[in-house]
Design a protein around this ligand. Structure first.
Ligand SMILES: Cc1cc2nc3c(=O)[nH]c(=O)nc-3n(C[C@H](O)[C@H](O)[C@H](O)COP(=O)(O)OP(=O)(O)OC[C@H]3O[C@@H](n4cnc5c(N)ncnc54)[C@H](O)[C@@H]3O)c2cc1C
Length: 299
């Protein structure tokens, strides 16, 4: 679709916008059109227009679990990390819009004496991405605290409330993987009363563990999911792959499941390194690695 047409359909969108600046890995070609809606109404209107004109829609949260290919993303990309960022606490419940960052919720709830969100302190993405991925850490995950999510279903034009069970949350997966058009707008979590000082101390401890155990360089966090009864970092290291580098992408010496970008890395190199790791681990250890990071866009 012509740039002029996209500009006419989505006047608030940025055209031909490089997406690497919106991803934790600092990789990704341009979005034909990038929109950061300031309200649910604006988001729904844009999606409706896109549907009418056959423009494909891609949702980005914080861009912390995506590999956007160098060719970029066709059609309309809607980014929610800077939009839809309201949250509030009522009793032991937290209601948060899709664009609220998980570390913000971890801090906010701990300070208010609500327990259950501490695990989220080092997960840099948004509420929407966390529901999509059932994000978790330190033996806790989103599924344990999420009561429901309000989800926009463009095919019916309606917002529906999906319960925890209906969201089918499992290890780094949700029902949203089967419905690429659905958009998480808002969520409600149920927490427990706790002591603010203890909760803050837990968060501090989790942060320290992360600082020591992962590289402070651009990456997508965990590249691979956990294989059965094992850890991807351990098996990649056991296969002798730590420090292996293709172009600007390198398997970190600090944690082998982190593939770091030294600057200007391409999606092609990232994919080559991912494939090399899978092949080597398969050949040497007979273990099949499955990627966790979500691949979006055109090669
Ligand atoms: C340094 C680092 C550490 C990390 N540590 C952890 C960790 O400990 N545990 C963990 O689970 N993950 C971790 N991650 C991965 C990542 O932060 C999580 O998966 C996070 O939940 C992704 O959220 P996001 O908003 O960045 O989603 P994005 O990366 O923007 O998107 C991920 C997927 O979700 C979809 N999506 C995003 N928002 C919505 C929405 N509103 N509606 C529908 N679909 C949506 C996107 O289309 C995409 O398919 C880490 C990443 C980094 C960079």
């Amino acid at each position: 679709m012509h740039v002029e047409t996209l500009q006419r359909l989505f006047p608030a969108a940025k055209l031909n916008e490089p997406l690497k600046r919106y991803t934790a890995w600092k990789i990704g070609g341009p979005a034909d059109a990038l929109l950061e809606p300031s309200s649910v109404e604006e988001l729904m209107e844009a999606v409706e227009i896109a549907r009418k004109h056959d423009v494909s829609v891609t949702i980005l949260g914080g861009g912390t679990n995506v590999l956007i290919l160098d060719g970029g993303i066709r059609g309309l990309t809607i980014r929610l990390a800077r939009a839809l960022t309201n949250s509030r606490i009522t009793g032991t419940s937290v209601i948060a819009d899709a664009g609220v960052l998980y570390p913000v919720l971890a801090n906010m709830t701990a300070a208010r004496g609500l327990a259950g969100f501490e695990f989220a302190t080092g997960i840099p993405g948004t509420v929407g991405g966390a529901v999509y991925m059932n994000a978790g850490a330190y033996e806790a995950e989103t599924r344990e605290i999420l009561r429901y999510a309000d989800v926009y279903k463009p095919e019916s034009g309606r917002i529906e409330r999906l319960s925890n069970v209906e969201l089918e949350l499992s290890y780094r997966r949700s029902v949203l993987h089967d419905h690429p058009g659905w958009i998480v707008l808002r969520t409600t979590y149920d927490l427990r009363p706790g002591d603010p000082q203890e909760l803050k101390a837990r968060i501090k401890e989790f942060r320290a563990r992360r600082m020591n155990g992962s590289p402070n360089r651009p990456s997508c966090g965990s590249t691979f999911k956990r294989p059965k009864d094992d850890f991807p970092g351990r098996v990649i290291e056991a296969a002798g792959l730590k420090g292996t580098r293709i172009g600007q992408i390198e398997i970190s010496h600090v944690h082998a499941n982190y593939f770091i970008n030294h600057g200007g890395g391409s999606s092609e190199d990232a994919l080559k390194l991912i494939e090399l790791a899978r092949k080597t681990v398969r050949a040497k250890l007979d273990i099949e690695l499955e990627i966790e990071v979500q691949v979006l866009g055109d090669p």
